[in-house]
Design a protein around this ligand. Structure first.
Ligand code: NAG
Length: 429
């Protein structure tokens, strides 16, 4: 008996210890700096093991990836990659490998062999990728996303590390990544693509994952409505050439594992699919609510996408948009219910427009009815012209991170470009 008793005593202290650690962790999160370290996790990376200036280390062909620096409007320098599609690479391999600066990180993308190939092709397409929190540009599964997109013909991928991530600088106060800071990074990149590289938004897909979906939604709203009160003040005050340009929509906005808002997310979020944040406090709503009021960056994706849908209907003609929400059923970090909760209000907004219609297909886990695209669930709502569309695809596998590099996402991007190539008139800008 004494042995059994001592096991119970030990188990009790282990449980109490875990509880105290969790409570300490939550208590520390009230401090904004600690909170932002936890949210952005930009220091959590393996840059010391890997060399992001040498893309061959991550499985790319020599000269296929051009590392470059991007200056943001507020004086940060972001470390970025231009990943060439395989068809363009194959046709121009010799020129790419023997270029004078081949293998170097350049100060400016414009003028490089890859960029000239992109500009010379009047039908080239661009995917701008916004990665999630933690790590650097080539951390974990990220290279597999770039590889999967590089298989799409004539489709170039551009992606940067946000300020404070990887090799990117962090000159501006408060010297830690912030919501407005990351949005300014994303807008700076898209403005560079549109204004400096003269690449039209109508041949550009925005692709975000996890935290990157919140960055993407804010950026898409900025292009549709640069003075929207749902954007941070520092962002509204930016003086950029895109402001004066007539905006004709992006080819598509693809959000993989998105969430409504950060406070909503924290109620169910589990770090690495294991460590819960606010979930243990479900029985204590007052403590949970108080903690929620201490959240510094809210990342209100649902209000921002709603504003994008409503405000783009007021222009004449209404601005087109195509929003794809994609989520894996087995995502352990952010539940696919977040995507469903994001889709429902957007669907209502579109349904309020004249001539709109909605479709829905669902398959039980045990099989049975067939669902288009082999998905677990698929929903779509569109206006009468078919140019303003929101769709939701819940796929069965892929988890939180790996799914971005899987076929469902590259198919979503391919479909987006196929659609626009059917309507060549839209491409003239
Ligand atoms: C990283 O790779 C670049 C490009 O190949 C090279 O110039 C640089 O010396 C490498 N850095 C280290 C620390 O190995």
């Amino acid at each position: 008996m004494p042995a059994l008793q001592s096991i119970f005593v030990k188990a009790y202290w282990v449980l109490a210890g875990v509880g105290i650690l969790w409570a300490t962790f939550i208590g520390l999160l009230v401090v904004p700096t600690v909170q932002r370290h936890a949210l952005y996790a930009h220091k959590f990376q393996t840059g010391f093991l890997h060399n992001v200036s040498n893309p061959e280390e991550f499985g790319f062909a020599r000269g296929q990836v051009q590392p470059f620096w991007l200056d943001t409007v507020d004086g940060e320098k972001l470390f970025c990659w231009h990943v060439l599609p395989l068809d363009v690479y194959l046709e121009n391999e010799y020129e790419l490998v023997t270029a004078p600066n081949a293998g170097d990180t350049v100060e400016e993308l414009k003028g490089t062999v890859g960029e000239r190939l992109m500009r010379r092709d009047g039908e080239s397409r661009v995917v701008v990728n916004f990665h999630g929190n933690a790590g650097h540009i080539a951390q974990g599964w990220r290279p597999s996303t770039y590889r999967s997109i590089s298989g799409i013909p004539r489709t170039h991928l551009l992606t940067c590390d946000y300020r404070g991530f990887g090799l990117s600088t962090l000159n501006n106060a408060p010297h830690i990544p912030t919501e407005s800071g990351l949005i300014i990074d994303a807008i700076s990149l898209l403005s560079y693509v549109q204004s400096d590289l003269s690449h039209p938004t109508t041949r550009t897909v925005l692709l975000g994952q996890s935290l990157g979906t919140a960055v993407t939604a804010a950026t898409a709203l900025y292009f549709a409505s640069p003075t929207s009160p749902l954007l941070p003040k520092q962002v509204i005050d930016l003086d950029l050439p895109v402001k004066g340009k007539k905006f004709r929509g992006f080819t598509a906005i693809v959000l993989v594992a998105p969430f409504r808002t950060l406070p909503d997310l924290l109620k169910t979020y589990k770090v690495a699919g294991i460590l819960p944040i606010l979930k243990p406090l479900q029985a204590y709503p007052r403590i949970a609510n108080w903690l929620t009021t201490r959240i510094a960056d809210h990342w209100p994706t649902l209000p921002r996408l709603s504003a994008l849908v409503s405000e783009s209907s007021t222009t004449k003609p209404p601005q087109p948009f195509h929003i794809t929400l994609l989520h894996a059923r087995n995502d352990g970090d952010i539940t696919f219910r977040e995507s469903e909760a994001l889709f429902a209000p957007l669907q209502s907004l579109v349904l309020a427009e004249e001539g709109s219609s909605a479709t829905e297909e669902r398959r039980s886990i045990h099989g049975g009815e067939r669902v288009r695209r082999g998905a677990f669930a698929y929903k779509k709502v569109e206006d009468g012209t078919g140019e303003r569309v929101v769709e939701l695809e819940v796929v069965r596998y892929g988890g939180h991170n790996e799914v971005v590099g899987w076929t469902a996402v590259s198919l979503a991007v391919r479909r987006a470009f196929e659609r626009t190539s059917l309507r060549p008139g839209l491409d003239v800008e």
